[in-house]
Design a protein around this ligand. Structure first.
Ligand code: GAP
Length: 440
């Protein structure tokens, strides 16, 4: 089987309109990307699949959407202002900057090759700083949030009282985060602007020992539901030197990306660190009063924190295959139908004899059920290949028999099998195939 490389994924993304470099006509911007027509559908579908899993399938999880800009006290309380740093060194000769933990400080500069040219490591804060209002001074400083989690913590009491939630319960959020990452290679894997899907589970102190393994299991199972190859996923427990400043214990779900095993999602036992800090800095009571037992305590938090944009790269890498067929090769994305950017493509066998008009009308009718595409240009085999390459699970072909008996062929992307069905059965057939989907 041909190797899946990052270059192949990047090229497919550009060619077919999944992902483009940001502001490309000006030479791009490091660590920033734009999602094209297919990319935004894929990203939104992964987001919706996660949202449904967390807020609909699981008990007692509600959603919020907090603003990106927050009172800067939040980041002092959370520890990000003082601790969210990477150790950096500069090359004194070429002025290139590197993460001190990613290079040999006694070796040559990876950029210019000079030896002994590095400055002593200095801590570099990853938060982007800006100002709110007309003056740029300390009082107007705001940060672009580096994680969505804090927006959840500061709303803990609002949610408890307004939604009458009882501990244990969770708050979920999806949104943009920003980090001034110095090493942004590997496409969208590590970018300066990215999206996170986070869920914070508030529980009674001591019960975190039960919920932490529960959420680890749930989160790994989620990727199975999304059709990911489970042998490409594994756990990595953080050692004492890797643990974030807020965590008592932490596990990463790692995925076997084209560049090797890398973190996809983190599950963290954050204890009562965050709410205690916010109580201290805001002077507001962040404790919870159990209405049954009258016990008052600051809840512990088990966090599940996944990168949405990193999930996009994972899903594309996982789905990508160059398949050798008897008389041809094809690029196919084995995307789970629930997240495929286009669900059904309608293809008239010929343009002439009324087939195109019939197919176009059918495609319009099907829009009420699925995201559809209509393609009339080129040989039918070429059109199937174009749909395979973007992961469209079902192609509906309108041919001469269709005009007589209102039947079409449905072609399944992974097996390439075709069968004849009645037009009115298309929605039910697609729903059945979706429900039974197993990656070939
Ligand atoms: N609230 C906890 C938190 O933010 P994290 O391990 O720093 O934890 C969680 O980030 C997830 O966010 C990562 O597993 C990754 O998927 C994603 N992520 C973090 N930094 C990223 C970046 N620069 N670009 C893309 N995704 C990133």
């Amino acid at each position: 089987m041909a190797e899946v490389t990052l270059d192949k994924i990047v090229s497919l993304c550009k060619r077919r309109g999944f992902i483009f470099p940001s502001s490309e006509i000006y030479g791009g911007l490091n660590g920033a990307y734009d999602y094209g027509p297919l990319g935004v559908n894929l990203k939104n579908n992964i987001r919706d699949f996660w949202w449904r899993e967390m807020t609909q399938i699981h008990d007692d999880i509600v959603g919020i959407d907090a603003s990106i800009l927050m009172n800067s006290q939040v980041w002092k309380a959370s520890g990000h202002v003082s601790n969210f740093t990477d150790p950096m060194v500069d090359c004194k000769v070429c002025h290139a900057r590197f993460r001190a933990d990613q290079i040999d400080l006694n070796g040559p500069c990876p950029n210019c090759g000079n030896k002994g040219s590095f400055t002593a490591p200095r801590n570099f804060n990853l938060m982007f700083v800006t100002h709110i209002g007309p003056t740029a001074d300390d009082a107007s400083t705001v940060y672009l949030r580096p994680e969505t989690a804090q927006g959840i913590y500061v709303n803990f009491k609002n949610v408890v009282t307004s939604a009458r939630m009882k501990v244990p319960f969770g708050i979920a959020q999806v949104g943009k985060s920003f980090r001034n990452e110095i090493t942004t290679k590997n496409f969208i894997f590590r970018s300066c602007e990215f999206e996170q899907m986070e869920m914070q589970w508030f529980c009674k102190p001591g019960t975190d020992d039960k919920w932490f393994p529960y959420w680890r299991e749930q989160r790994m199972a989620f990727y199975g539901k999304m059709g990911i190859q489970m042998d490409h996923l594994r756990w990595h427990q953080h050692g004492p030197d890797e643990l974030a400043f807020y965590a008592k214990d932490a596990y990463d779900i790692q995925y076997l990306f084209p560049m090797g095993w890398q973190e996809l999602e983190g599950v963290h036992d954050r204890t009562d660190y965050d709410l205690t800090q916010h109580q201290k800095f805001s002077g507001k009571d962040m404790s919870y009063l159990d209405p049954m037992t009258n016990e008052k305590y600051i809840p512990y938090i088990v966090e599940t924190s996944a990168g949405l944009t990193r999930n996009v790269l994972m899903v594309l890498s996982d789905a990508y295959e160059e398949q050798q067929l008897a008389d041809d090769t094809r690029v196919v994305l084995h995307l789970h139908p629930a997240i495929a950017p286009i669900k059904v493509a309608v293809l008239p066998l010929q343009k002439k004899d009324g087939l195109a008009e019939f197919a176009s009308k059918l495609e319009h009718d099907l829009r009420h059920y699925f995201v559809t595409d209509y393609d009339v240009s080129g040989a039918i085999g070429r059109r199937y290949r174009r749909q395979d390459e973007v992961g469209t699970p079902y192609c509906i072909t309108v041919d001469y028999d269709t005009l007589n008996d209102n039947t079409v062929t449905i072609r399944y992307r992974d097996s390439m099998e075709q069968k004849r069905i009645k037009i009115q059965d298309i929605p039910a057939e697609v729903a059945k195939a979706d429900a039974e989907y197993k990656r070939a």
